[in-house]
Ligand binder design. Sequence first.
Ligand code: F6P
Length: 554
Amino acid sequence: MTPPTPAAAQAALRAHRDAIASRHLRDLFGADPGRFERFQAQAGPLFLDFSKQRIVDETLALLVDHARARGMEAAIRALFAGERVNHTERRAAFHMALRNRSTRAMPIDGVDVMPDVRRVLASMREFAEGVRAGRITGATGAAFRAVVNIGIGGSDLGPLMVTEALRPYRGTGPEVRFVSNVDDAHLAETLRGLDAATTLFVVSSKTFTTQETMANAQSARAWLASALGDSAVPGHFAAVSTNLAATSAFGVAPARVFEFWDWVGGRYSLWSAIGLPIALAVGMDHFEALLAGASALDEHFRTAPLERNVPVLMGLLGDWNRNFLGFDTHAVLPYDQLLHRLPAYLQQLDMESNGKSVTRRGAPVDGQTGPILWGEPGTNGQHAFFQLLHQGTTIVPADFIVAAEGHYGLGQHHELLMANCLAQTQAMAFGKTVDEAETEMRAGGLDATEARRLAPYRAFPGNRPTTTIVLPKLTPESLGSLVAAYEHKVYVQAVLWDLNPFDQWGVELGKQLANRLLPRFDPEAPMDDLDGSTAGLLRHIRILRSSGWGDGRN
Ligand code: F6P
């Protein structure tokens, strides 16, 4: 069947939205006991329950039509064919090659990238295992006990998130710390207590020009040289980059440089040598298991029919909530302390990819693009912002993520965690009516007047859509699948919204302006070309700095 045009598919969805808008999730479940069986999907270890989304069968069918109208199948093929889907930078987005575990070639313009990928993986293994076993040592011959990764954005968030998530797999490896912020507090506090003789720095930067990373790397080098002398520096630095000229200019020994390529986007790079801190923290076998989990999800995304394709469903449901039901934000709530950096990681992945308003053809977009993504681990969030999720005027669709089994086996902690996770999705979906609240209070012994007075405050509107993602256990494999599912969801939404998710021009202006402002902290620097607010702020800062407020001189 020929798919509808994108406009027709969207019009059909809007009409359908109007027809079902008044139906509450309570009614949908009441009328249809089979929702859970029908509104679920599985990809490897990921089980997705989306029965608590505000949809019926027709919604799903129309959403899949919408995907077809946008050429979803062809777009998925183009991604896996190594086409230059990042058209503004004329690059492929081929992160799937980094985790390809099969013998299949992964060509870009007819050249298979797999030999390069395997070569770098082999050198990562040699280095990571050498450091972990104490065979590769610092300049004094002492084994490395700490690794400090210096990077920002995609060169920080991915490895940091995964290193935290895989803490139970660390074994006897070195402690791995991360420095990203140009604020010297970050570097200084990260280095506190470290011994230069047993510290290895990994400078991670795709471009090796990023201001924050270069400033931190220079200061780290000075810290090391002041303790052990300049000659010790090469023995304590490794680099991960696509810019080999810059790593060599910085003074990193060629054997300690781990390469990746321009077809790896920064926020899609944790699978490349940018994952070196992960391998140092948990060992190369676990890093490769992470790759395998992601690779299995790639196969699912590439081959599963749209109706059962987990990233496609995640993307379509997100679009339904964003563009048809009108919800502006999306919360990701891992009921897993080990995933505490997942929301921050997903913020870059999603918002740097799809926070855009110009289509692939250079025209203004029609409709809404990337939602504001945010989140925190449960159960902590329950005691902070969940009040708004349950009773606020803004509806926040949310993903709840939980593993059936924990790692630590302490008492009943894991059951408590899971019970809270499921309970919150129930409360969000079904709520509690004013009558129910009143009856409950009466049953608890409250007098009728007081119960009636309090009932409106103690009622919950419900009808707040959620998806629950259940993993058997948070392992390297299941984490790889989970992260790859979110990556592909972002691609699916980019296709629906006709965006290029692989560039990020929107971060450039701030960088440019910061460079122009840097010399203006000099008290003699002119300011007459600046806007009134910026000039005023600079003047105020100059006065504060010269008056000695910060250092107790005043
Ligand atoms: O902030 C923009 C950005 O280019 C991100 O896309 C990227 O992940 C980050 O900066 C770091 O870049 P690099 O790895 O080149 O230092």
